[in-house]
Structures are given as structure tokens and as C-alpha cells.
Design a protein around this ligand. Structure first.
Ligand SMILES: [Zn+2]
Ligand SMILES: [Zn+2]
Length: 406
């Protein structure tokens, strides 16, 4: 686990003259700060992880920054690069379908929001006139990813265009010089073996089809992050309680290219048409985050043979280890494999226990999602826009998988 020990990942980061000098994170430039707090948290979590499960990983984290004092903290972290095998899917919401690091970090972020609704010791939230919560203006959220997200953001070779150190959200300059391959939506492959394009006339997938050997198709992380830049990070259920929460920045440790990242994660939405923001419900917009690469050394490389994943949310006493190919927690001594704390069923349980009318016991997960009118309008406008631009059609999970109750 040498790559993750503080001695290498944290201490040897900033050099002044020939001597190594530790600069406190709050004095660092934003992308270094986001990377440093993520690497520090990762090192801490790996010390709590059985040695056999530690390896090179794709890492992602949502980092909260208090801009009054430049303090940053990891609120959720995920590692992994797998999707569930088609024959392991279930209808009861207990299985994680997508265990790519970014997706686990985002699911953990929802747990953080639920926890904050119960207890907000630092008074981070305000309630607006619409009765929805929003974070105070000095609180911002940032995404760290150890490598460019799978799909459109990672599909480039050096000759496709120049790279750079980063760009602010209002200075995006997307590279779009190969319309036949760039900007297309893509689906993940089950074994972490890259992504494949989705056709505009792609037919939906069915539950029986997948269970009986059909390939499960899940949208790439570039496509999902692109959608978060329209609908926010809070998801459908929490959109009833929170104003959309957008990423202020994205820090990418490896394969960083702002021209390709900006195309894949935000700018492709409006490449050929009028701004989508004009047709979104109040509070929603197309968000263009600041992009940057840390100067410090971070994790590199991935162990392709392993399907172990890890997740942690602020407040958890230890990381949870799951197997991305089963979508369940690992079997260990005295403990059978079981649902992750990030699975849809658990998130529905948090939702019902914290927010909802407890008497509506028969309401399904899907019904709760359908209640989120503005979120659904924004999501549909985004999907429609992607289709109109011939980037492909969004592949939905089979309906059977959202009919469970809490
Ligand atoms: Zn991915
Ligand atoms: Zn952009």
C-alpha cells in the first residue's frame, strides 16, 4: 500500500528550494487542496482496510470548501471501476448497479445531505422562500477524480488537442474536432473494459433480457456527470427538499485535458443549439465547473483484475467494502454479504424516515421519484437535448427495478 501512505502521497508534495516544506491545505491553490484532503482521507481509510483488499484504485471524492476560511473537507469518497454482472441484478433495490468511484461518491453525498437534515451543527443550510434548503453562499462543493471519467471525457489521444493546467467555468474552450466520435454518449462495459457508443435509436433494456444473459448497459460517468451539471448532485428524491446543488469545480488527477473534459462534462449540451438553461425550471441551469489538475502527486493506475470498491461518508466510523460485480458488501468472518449502505433501498429508507409521511407505506421508490416535478422536467430536457444533437439516447434501467417499497 506504499502508494497511499502519507509519506509518499501527502508529505512529498510541495517543494520549496531543495527542502520539502509542508504547506497547510488552507493555503494551497484550490485543486491542490482538493487533491490533498482526498489523498489524506484515502490514506486514513486504507489503514482501516484489510491488507488484501488494498490496491491501486480509481478514487473520487466530493469535497466541501468553506470559502470564509479556505477550509476543505471530504464529505464522501468512493473507489472502484466496476458494474454489477447482469445475473446479479434484483428488483428490491438492494444491489449497487454502478460502482464506479464517481457514482459511489455521489451516492455517499446523498447520505451526507440526509444526515445534515437531521443535524446541522455548523449551520450550513438556509431555507429559501420556496421552503427548500440551500447551502450558505460561502459553502461550495468540488469533485476530485483520480482519472478522467469514463466515456467522452477520457476518449482522446494527445494529437486530439492541447492540454493545459485548467480553466475557470466561464472560460471553457471545448475541443470538438471529430464530430463522428466526440460528444457521443456511451455505455459502460461490465468488467471495467471501457465504454461503447449508444445509438440514437437504441432500444431500452428489459429485466428478463438482462437476467437471462443480456448485457447490462449503464451510462458512462462522463454522461452522468454531464447530467449532474443540469439537475444537480442531490438526485430526484432530495430535490424536493434542496435547491439543485452544483459542483463549483472538478479536479482531475490523471489524463487531464480541459478541452475534452469541458466538452464531455458540460459544454457539449449547448455546442450546436441555444442555451438549454433557458428552458429549465427555476433554480436549474447548465453548470460549467472550474477544471484543474493538482500539481501534487496523486494516485495513478488501476488494478484491472480486482472488483473491490470502497465507500465512506462524513460521520461513518469506517469504510464499507463492496464487490462491484455483485453490488453487495463483502462476505467476511461472521458477516454474510449484504446490501450496501449506498443502495437505493437504504436511501429510500433514509428518505422515508427523515422526510416523508410515514403513513404512505405502499409508495414505491419510483413514485417518490415521480413526485420530483422540476427535477424530472430538467432531466427530460437534458435527455431530449442530447438526443436532438445526435449524441445518443439515455439508457434507463428496467422499470421493474424501481418498484420496491422501503
Ligand atoms: Zn466511470
Ligand atoms: Zn463547460
Amino acid at each position: 500500500m506504499g502508494d497511499y501512505l502519507p509519506s509518499k502521497a501527502i508529505l512529498g508534495k510541495v517543494m520549496k528550494n531543495s527542502a520539502s516544506v509542508m504547506i497547510p491545505p488552507h493555503e494551497m491553490e484550490l485543486h491542490d487542496r482538493v487533491a490533498t484532503v482526498t489523498m489524506t482521507k484515502l490514506a486514513e481509510l486504507l489503514l482501516q482496510t484489510p491488507e488484501a483488499l488494498v490496491g491501486r484504485k480509481v478514487v473520487a471524492a466530493i469535497v466541501m470548501t468553506d470559502n470564509n476560511n479556505n477550509l476543505s473537507r471530504v464529505v464522501s469518497l468512493g473507489t472502484g471501476n466496476r458494474c454489477v454482472h447482469g445475473n446479479k441484478i434484483t428488483e428490491d433495490g438492494t444491489v449497487l448497479h454502478d460502482s464506479h468511484a464517481e457514482i459511489l461518491a455521489k451516492r455517499g453525498f446523498k447520505r451526507y445531505l440526509y444526515a445534515l437534515l437531521v443535524h446541522d451543527p455548523l449551520c450550513l443550510l438556509n431555507k429559501g422562500e420556496d421552503e427548500k434548503f440551500r447551502f450558505k453562499p460561502h459553502i461550495t462543493f468540488h469533485l476530485y477524480i483520480s482519472v478522467a471519467p469514463c466515456g467522452d471525457g477520457a476518449l482522446f489521444v494527445p494529437s486530439d488537442g492541447t492540454s493545459g493546467n485548467g480553466c475557470r467555468g466561464d472560460e471553457h474552450n471545448p475541443i470538438f474536432n471529430k464530430p463522428q466520435t466526440q460528444a457521443l454518449m456511451r455505455a459502460k462495459q461490465e468488467n471495467g473494459e471501457g465504454t461503447v457508443p449508444i445509438m440514437v435509436d437504441e432500444v431500452g433494456q428489459t429485466y428478463d433480457g438482462i437476467v437471462h444473459g443480456g448485457r447490462l448497459r449503464i451510462m458512462s460517468c462522463s454522461d452522468k456527470i454531464c447530467m449532474w451539471n443540469v439537475v444537480g448532485l442531490q438526485g430526484a428524491l432530495l430535490s424536493q427538499v434542496f435547491q439543485p446543488i452544483y459542483l463549483k469545480s472538478i479536479t482531475c488527477g490523471d489524463l487531464f485535458n480541459p478541452g475534452h473534459l469541458s466538452r464531455a462534462l458540460c459544454c457539449r449540451i449547448d455546442l450546436k443549439r441555444e442555451p438549454l438553461s433557458r428552458s429549465l425550471p427555476p433554480g436549474y441551469r447548465v453548470n460549467h465547473p472550474d477544471f484543474g489538475v493538482p500539481k501534487i502527486q496523486t494516485t495513478r493506475g488501476v488494478e484491472k483484475a480486482r472488483s473491490y470498491c470502497m465507500n465512506w461518508t462524513m460521520g461513518d466510523s469506517e469504510p464499507e467494502i463492496t464487490d462491484g460485480s455483485t453490488g453487495l458488501t463483502l462476505k467476511s468472518i461472521g458477516k454474510p454479504e449484504g446490501p450496501s449502505r449506498l443502495c437505493k433501498r437504504k436511501l429510500l429508507w433514509y428518505h422515508r424516515s427523515i422526510i416523508s409521511d410515514k403513513s404512505t407505506t405502499m409508495k414505491t421508490y419510483k413514485m417518490y421519484k415521480l413526485d420530483a416535478d422540476d427535477y424530472n422536467l430538467a432531466k427530460e430536457a437534458f435527455r431530449q437535448r442530447m438526443m436532438e444533437q445526435n449524441y445518443g439516447s439515455w439508457i434507463r434501467m428496467p422499470q421493474e427495478m424501481e418498484r420496491f417499497t422501503g
